[in-house]
Design a protein around this ligand. Structure first.
Ligand SMILES: [Mg+2]
Length: 262
């Protein structure tokens, strides 16, 4: 667009968002599939990071494999698994956790040897729960007021659906946090926990690692905060203009525009 910016770095690794970048809902985005196939063939390591806590990493792997991207569990970091890891960094095995969220979140918490219970929890974890009730929110607020730590998988307020929008995990998280007057720990983007987990997996240098995403408030902020080269691709949700947010290093219409991608 005639705008001056720095040249692309030498690309040694890629961290990427999924929805709006690799696929839209159930439909793969062809140029993105080809880009990840190129990187795979050239030995450039990549890892996907998703705020969505309602699918397991296994679900994500099968979806990507069905699109022709050769990945294993090592290539996927979810907010659910990252939340479980974060709890285990701060609390011992067997710690009582109250979970508001999808079965995939409960699975990640249980797999980290934490006890899921509504009885005197030390931690309340909240992800998107399409069966949210006032009773679940009451248990959460009461536990937090008695000292439990509040952790949210992601701050997304609104999610696109085939027919419009639905409230995201951040909307119910905000309700509980507001009632209990606490500031939750957020695991997902724009925070950097998942980016750090992804960098640990691929082992590349921050300045030669891309963070690709379709949302400035989450993907790009997380990438910039972690010191990655942040790339906005306009194949997902329409970008939000907000002067208070850090701008992406590059804005592209397709991953084909990234040097070396065929
Ligand atoms: Mg996205």
């Amino acid at each position: 667009m005639g705008k001056l910016h720095n040249p692309w770095p030498v690309i040694r690794g890629v961290v990427s968002d999924l929805d709006g970048v690799v696929y839209r809902g159930k439909t793969p985005i062809d140029d993105a599939v080809k880009a990840f196939q190129t990187w795979k063939a050239e030995g450039i390591p990549f890892c996907f990071v998703t705020n969505n806590s309602t699918h397991t990493a296994e679900d994500v792997v099968s979806k990507l494999v069905s699109f022709g991207i050769d990945v294993t569990l090592d290539n996927v970091v979810t907010s659910a698994v990252t939340a479980a890891q974060l709890i285990r960094q701060r609390f011992p095995e067997g710690t009582r956790v109250f979970v508001i969220g999808a079965p995939s979140l409960k699975q990640a918490i249980a797999a980290a040897n934490l006890e899921i219970t509504e009885r005197e929890p030390s931690v309340v974890v909240m992800g998107l729960d399409r069966e949210i009730t006032h009773e679940k929110m009451r248990i959460a607020v009461d536990a937090i007021l008695k000292g439990a730590l509040l952790i949210g998988t992601n701050p997304d307020l609104l999610l696109p659906t085939p027919t419009g929008f639905e409230p995201g995990a951040g909307a119910i998280l905000t309700a509980v946090a507001t009632a209990a007057r606490v500031k939750p720990i957020i695991v997902g983007k724009p925070e950097v926990y998942m980016i750090e987990a992804a960098l640990k997996r691929i082992g590349t240098d921050r300045s030669s690692t891309l963070m690709i995403g379709d949302q400035i408030p989450t993907d790009i902020q997380a990438g910039k905060k972690a010191g990655l080269c942040s790339v906005l691709v306009t194949t997902g949700v329409p970008p939000v203009e907000d002067a208070t947010l850090l701008p992406p290093d590059f804005t592209i219409a397709t991953l084909k525009e990234i040097p070396g991608v065929r």
